[in-house]
Write a protein that binds this ligand. Structure first.
Ligand SMILES: [Zn+2]
Length: 124
């Protein structure tokens, strides 16, 4: 008896995450290019978006195929995750999504790292 194929590995899920995000970036870029050729795209990616730059680069090459952005260079500007602790009043750098200060407090507010936007694009 066979069970339906399911994506279970974390790696595949991550790739799907980047693929859908990258696809919307490419859609936006192509729309703005309005028929012109896109040479490069610069995106800002926060550490807390769970987007792996290398995976995004790979997905970008797939997503631009057959569009005006085909062959375009993708520049990724990585932003670290930063949060502010309300208890000890310090800024902490976040490497992952665990929002806990070294002082043990969970009263932390993310101030940077959730960015995911197109900074610029080169067309013509
Ligand atoms: Zn603290």
């Amino acid at each position: 008896m066979s069970t339906p194929t399911m994506i279970q590995s974390g790696r595949d899920e991550a790739a799907l995450h980047e693929l859908s995000i990258t696809q919307s970036v490419v859609d936006a870029v192509c729309e703005r290019a309005a028929g012109r050729t896109v040479h490069s795209v610069k995106v800002e990616v926060g550490a807390l978006t769970a987007v792996v730059p290398e995976a995004m680069r790979f997905c970008f090459d797939l997503a631009v195929e057959g569009t005006v952005a085909q062959g375009a260079r993708l520049d990724i500007v990585a932003r670290p995750g930063v949060a502010h602790c309300g208890d000890c009043d310090t800024d902490i750098v976040l490497d992952d999504l665990i929002l806990l200060c070294a002082c043990g407090s969970a009263d932390v507010r993310v101030t940077s790292g959730r960015e995911l936007r197109i900074l610029s694009m080169e067309v013509g």
